[in-house]
Write a protein that binds this ligand. Structure first.
Ligand SMILES: NC(=O)c1ccc[n+]([C@@H]2O[C@H](COP(=O)([O-])OP(=O)(O)OC[C@H]3O[C@@H](n4cnc5c(N)ncnc54)[C@H](O)[C@@H]3O)[C@@H](O)[C@H]2O)c1
Length: 378
């Protein structure tokens, strides 16, 4: 256990949606051991969770301030080293700021903050304190997404001339039509979700994936967002046109009212020599479209993949790996840097990706509210 990284969680307890993904992911590379945290907004429930996991009860804390105070008293070798923030969005900034200031390495759920300025403050702080900061844009951890990134960097599809990312979910449809139902959803509450629901929650994943895979930046956006009801404050659907920094065009369509859809995230990148297409619900298949020739399907674990994609696969070809494994790759990437290795390009999204993501969300909101005009992603 002594060579394992001591992990803490803020949120992620019994009632949490994303907690299980982080906990399983953390154990995938045998790099971490979960020690403690503030597992729930309700301390009793947090303690119940700690008991269920057989954790030392003294490391289940009632608040982040007490977590930091008590952990810092411990000898360095016993202290939690990496803390994952898995709470609703509005808490990320203050929590990350306190943890980084106290010298903890942080893994933070997206969206990193609720404003771009907050994200910039974190970026500066991370640099000043020299801690490691990973942002869990989970989809960047899939082997075939990494293969797509490698192939584009190797010039396999030539000069990029079109990008198209779609992220469709339908889970808000049953909650959106009645005010009482809307009130139960924290993602529709600006005090908890931030400036945006759909674009901040899932549009930002699509944005991140485009920049991650292509290595390009999205310079400008023109967005048309919909709240569906005037009294519903946050967007639940949106279409965003993109101008990339190589002059090419693209589009992000995101919706949480795409009735019947589950987690339909897909991305296509077209170059002057071919195209690449991947979708999250079928993550084992990367399609390579070649002009005048049959489409090729790339699958994980095969030696024709890039070293980066192969290093992101744990098992022989034909054995499906999914979301937990993708998150596991991000945890492994963070672990390597915490253990002193240099950052491997693409191994995990960084605080800078967080700044880019929040700049995108702000630009999209500004574009739509001004009547669909082009706005720069600063
Ligand atoms: N990477 C992804 O693909 C992905 C997927 C889902 C959610 N998320 C992100 O994860 C975060 C959490 O989302 P969720 O769907 O798991 O939410 P959730 O409502 O299911 O869980 C939130 C958890 O935070 C805890 N919590 C709230 N306030 C707290 C506090 N002050 N101290 C400690 N714990 C507290 C709650 O008790 C609960 O366990 C969000 O920022 C969301 O955007 C990311």
């Amino acid at each position: 256990m002594d060579n394992k990284i001591k992990l803490g969680l803020i949120g992620g307890g019994l009632s949490s949606f994303i907690g299980i993904v982080h906990r399983v992911a953390a154990y995938m590379g045998e790099n971490y051991v979960l020690i403690g945290g503030v597992f729930d907004v309700d301390f009793d429930k947090g303690n119940q969770f700690a008991k269920q996991l057989d954790l030392d009860a003294s490391r289940s804390y009632p608040s982040l301030d007490i977590f930091i105070e008590r952990e810092l008293i411990l000898p360095v070798q016993d202290r939690i080293q990496v803390v994952s923030i898995l709470t609703p969005n509005f808490l990320h900034f203050e929590m990350a700021k306190k943890l980084i200031s106290a010298g903890f390495n942080v893994i933070c759920e997206k969206p990193i903050t609720v404003t771009a300025d907050e994200a910039r403050i974190l970026e500066k702080l991370v640099e000043e304190k020299g801690v490691v900061f990973g942002l869990t844009h989970t989809y960047t951890g899939y082997p075939m997404v990494r293969q797509m990134k490698s192939m584009i960097a190797q010039g396999k599809i030539g000069r990029i001339q079109k990008v198209d990312a779609q992220y469709y979910q339908g889970w808000i449809n049953p909650c959106i039509h009645q005010e009482e139902e809307r009130k139960k959803v924290w993602r529709l509450n600006p005090k908890m979700s931030g400036l945006s629901c759909c674009m901040g929650d899932i549009g930002v994943h699509a944005f991140n994936l485009i920049e991650y895979i292509t290595g390009l930046e999205i310079d400008k956006v023109l967005a048309d967002l919909d709240t569906l009801y005037p009294e519903n404050e946050l967007d639940v659907d949106g279409t965003t046109l993109l101008r990339m920094n190589n002059g090419s065009r693209g589009v992000i369509t995101a919706s949480q009212i795409a009735t019947g859809e589950e987690n339909n995230l897909s991305i296509a990148v077209y170059g002057d020599q071919g195209g690449l297409k991947w979708d999250q619900e079928h993550p084992m298949y990367l399609k390579h479209l070649i002009e005048g020739a049959p489409t090729q399907i790339y699958k994980p674990g095969n030696s024709y993949n890039s070293e980066f994609a192969l290093d992101s696969t744990k098992i022989a070809p034909g054995h499906p790996e999914g979301l937990f494994d993708a998150m596991g790759n991000i945890y492994n990437g963070v672990a390597a840097v915490v253990k002193g290795k240099p950052y491997r390009e693409g191994a995990f999204p960084t605080v800078h990706d967080g700044v880019r993501g929040m700049s995108f969300v702000e630009a999209v909101l500004s574009s739509s509210s001004q009547g669909q005009v082009w706005v720069e992603v600063s």
